[in-house]
Ligand binder design. Sequence first.
Ligand code: ADP
Length: 479
Amino acid sequence: MGEIYQNLIGGTWRKADDASENRSPSDITDLIGMFARGGAKDVTEATDAAEIAFPAWSRSNPQVRADLLDRIAAEITRRETEIALMLAREEGKVLPEALAETRRAAHVFRFFAGETLRLKGDAVASVRPDVDVEVTREPLGIVGLITPWNFPIAIPAWKIAPALAYGNCVIFKPAEQTPGSAHLLAQIIHEAGCPAGVFNLVMGRGSVVGEAMTSDPRISGISFTGSVPVGRHLAGTCAANMKKLQMEMGGKNPMIVMDDADLQTAVSVCLNGAFYQTGQRCTASSRLIVQSGIHDAFVAEVEKQLKALKVGHALTEDMQIGPVASESQLNSNLSYVALAAEEGCEVLGGERLNRDTNGFFQAPALFLGSKNSMRSAREEIFGPCASVIRVEDFEEAVSVANDTQFGLSSGICTTNLRNAREFKRRSAAGMVMVNLPTAGVDYHVPFGGRKASSYGSREQGSYAAEFYTSVKTSYTFAG
Ligand code: ADP
């Protein structure tokens, strides 16, 4: 057994009691490395270190924090090829997607470098004479950041960057499936001169490391991205421990295609939204809600282009769709393909594919003739599968789009301004796209949804300050 990639606690790389293998979903014979599997003791030590670091860091000059974030951004950019290769290798997204995600992470750090200097408060007139009222924002404290495997560098970046920018100390727990990207990011943050204990990496199981983070009373807030069941559980434990909580979870995002849509735009928006990144995005378009008049032409064109999509090893040049990220995810996807058929859909694609390497490849799947009441159209699959639901008119389309437990992203393809405007108003989602895929967002504006998709304040852009700072109201009598 070679080197074990260790946790970063209190500014040093520390051994854990256990380690786990990281293998590529494109080729399970490709062992990426052995990574520390931490326990509750490691969370306690990281929190001890963060507690020591917090007083100085929380009161540091914003320029110091801006410079640190700038250096991290520059180093991510300098090492972007290496990071993208790791991302593609361990998560399975194709190289151009991995590179785009890495660049996004650098942009996020750069954006928050500037935000350190833009944090504002209020000076308000008091209702009492000779009293001044000030409203300021202070760092929240020690924050626990728990991230999923599907964006292993971008999601950590958009939690870590604002956490550090606003003067918090961080305990970062990445997903078990993608420790390699997290470790690279931790190396960069450490080598950029982040003070000991300000940023800590604790890799390990959610049920162990994550649980320990949610129960330590010294951790003031948890920012989580992951599944609804784990989120529901965290909501309970964090409330019991009085922790501030921010969560991004699943989606079953609708994309409406109106009769008046430009056909080629609609097809490319739907293919991108539903199948790129192997459909493993919480913002993926998994319900294509198509008006009757365009339905058959749309399906014929999607089917044609779907068959031409290249599915295979994430590191092969020109590949468009990489493997499913894990065997368990692939098995879950295949069971939904079978379910859609049992529920009466005509299923196109969806079968497991054999390639030269032993990976988890799956043909993109369309569930034709789907109804919004079917389980395959209601439950998040998190794979390259999309239901096609035929509707008669705009009213029915909006009603089907909003009829879901989720509310992350939604979209409409139309050339009619009235439809576009009306849908933006009536969509019960946190993000609405017109003639654009439901997935793919800018890095400087809020990201998040409603209903079972999100909980707490928004991530990204200047809205991130809501979670990572705590408001203080000060009164001064100068009489
Ligand atoms: P996904 O389906 O994307 O893997 P999960 O919700 O299972 O979603 O995992 C997202 C993140 O939450 C991972 O880092 C995982 O380790 C972590 N996690 C899982 N269970 C718990 C838990 N009980 N407490 C805290 N974190 C957890």
